[in-house]
Ligand binder design. Structure first.
Ligand code: ADP
Length: 453
């Protein structure tokens, strides 16, 4: 499995969910403007509509003025205003009054001259029509106002705000629901990347995203089947090789020439190691071979493994570690993992660059053992493949760097069985750092990081 995925941090501005939600709100907003604009042009700006409207209002206004009488009767005007929901203003040399003190003076009204003449002027005040009738020295103004906003009770605005909030919240949850399969698929891809082929993406819809989820599950199953049959084949071959290897080991004892005998013995030992690693890898997957975990001091364990290598090649040093760190581990398997990593580090290091540097560090949710060498390093491309079984950077096996490319794949399996991980960071020509990460289960750890060793 490739180890170095380029991880993109999903920023809120790049979330498809936020984008969809904003598109939705934007569309609603633009639609309101377009529809409002259409009615504005089709009605408010429509000449014949306005002409008819003002003609009707003028006729009606004449009736109203007749009812108010000459000279104008203020009580009558007030009663009409109340009854019909209109407002009046009257202005003459003798009197000047209005049925609503908030109405503007006649001089500030903007008259629409297209529809006006000497005795009748019309226009709009706050988008509501008005008619001014001139009778002798008296001016009558009729304001055809609907109930102005100011008269609406305060709670009606709260209701409006509530309804708007409900519509926005409704669309938020609808978009969220729609986009959920994308989040599940992202998780599915991540799980698949970690080798969890049994992970199933929920399929809750029969739309395109539902189809994609189905196709994803199908693909995960096919990949799992392929990997299972590959592992099965490896396991079968390994089993078959064990008996001939044992027979060869016995037979080789009868060879007289010690040089030939040693060479064959070395080859047999390597083959035997390969078979053991393959079988061990397989065992880690099965229930019976599941980890034999016990509370173990990781620091003491690492120190113990390191001691075997301090005098080999450039040597090994534990440069930072808590004094103890207790963790539930399968001690033997972690020993194997550490040994594989350390042996590789020594194998690919140059002694002139100083010893292999080992650090044990506690992070928030993990404790890590990092093994840093100053050797040849690994290319970015190879870093993604070295944890696959039988992958070797240099396919030609030499005596010094021998091995079948199984060591790191076994390390990976051991770490995954511990619900941890192994990763590498490396620079060609500068060296590599392999990091074993163990999850910290709060219950089962005890830490004392008073002083580094
Ligand atoms: P092998 O047993 O063949 O070494 P591994 O699985 O342990 O197989 O390693 C796979 C490959 O990764 C090796 O062939 C080697 O090329 C590369 N590798 C592993 N560790 C290091 C390291 N510390 N420095 C450089 N290359 C490494």
């Amino acid at each position: 499995m490739p180890q170095s995925f380029k991880k993109y941090q999903l920023s809120p501005s790049r979330s498809i969910f936020i984008k969809l939600f904003l598109i939705f709100l934007g569309t609603a907003f633009v639609l309101v403007i377009v529809i409002r604009g259409f009615f504005f042009l089709a009605i408010d700006r429509n000449h014949s509509f306005k002409s008819d409207l003002f003609k009707n209002l003028t006729k009606y206004s004449v009736q109203l003025v007749n009812e108010i009488g000459t000279p104008p009767n203020r009580q009558r005007a007030n009663a009409l205003a109340k009854e019909l929901g209109l407002q009046f203003r009257v202005h003459s040399p003798q009197q000047s009054w209005t049925t609503d003190s908030t109405l503007p003076p006649i001089s500030s009204l903007r008259v629409d001259h297209t529809f006006s003449n000497a005795t009748t002027q019309v226009g709009q005040f706050r988008r509501h029509p008005f008619v001014i009738l001139n009778r002798a020295d008296t001016q009558y103004v009729m304001f055809f106002l609907h109930r102005p906003f100011g008269e609406l009770p305060a709670w009606s605005f709260a209701v409006l705000a509530g309804l708007v909030a409900m519509v926005i919240a409704g669309s938020y949850f609808a978009v969220h629901r729609l986009i959920r399969p994308v989040q599940w698929l992202t998780k599915g891809v991540n799980e698949l990347g970690k080798g969890q082929f049994d992970y199933h993406v929920p399929v809750t819809s029969s739309d395109e995203l539902g189809d994609l989820s189905l196709a994803f599950n199908e693909m995960a199953m096919q990949v799992r089947d392929m990997i299972q049959s590959r592992d099965r084949l490896l396991l079968d071959v390994s089993h078959e090789l064990r008996s001939p290897l044992t027979r060869m080991k016995v037979a080789v004892e009868f060879i007289g020439n010690t040089q030939v005998k040693e060479n064959i013995q070395r080859e047999i030992n390597e083959l035997e190691m390969m078979v053991t690693e393959l079988l061990e890898s397989e065992r880690l997957k099965s229930q019976a071979g599941y980890l034999a975990r016990v509370e173990t001091d990781l620091v003491a364990l690492a120190q113990d493994v390191l001691n075997d290598y301090t005098s080999i090649g450039p040597g090994v040093e534990l440069t930072a570690a808590p004094s103890t760190f207790s963790l539930s581990l399968d001690e033997q398997r972690i020993r194997v993992a550490l040994r594989n990593i350390l042996e590789n580090a020594l194998k690919f290091s140059r002694s002139e660059f100083g010893p292999i540097n080992v650090r044990i560090e506690k992070m928030t949710n993990t404790v890590s053992v990092s093994v840093q060498d100053f050797g040849q390093g690994i290319t970015q491309e190879d870093q993604a493949k070295i944890f696959e079984p039988f992958y070797r950077v240099d396919p030609s096996r030499t005596r010094e760097t021998g091995g079948y490319g199984l060591g790191l794949s076994l390390v990976k399996k051991i770490m995954v069985a511990h619900r941890g991980n192994v990763r590498v960071s490396s620079k060609l020509g500068k060296g590599s750092t392999f990091i074993l990460e163990f999850p910290i289960a709060t219950k089962q750890t005890h830490i004392n990081d008073s002083e580094p060793k």
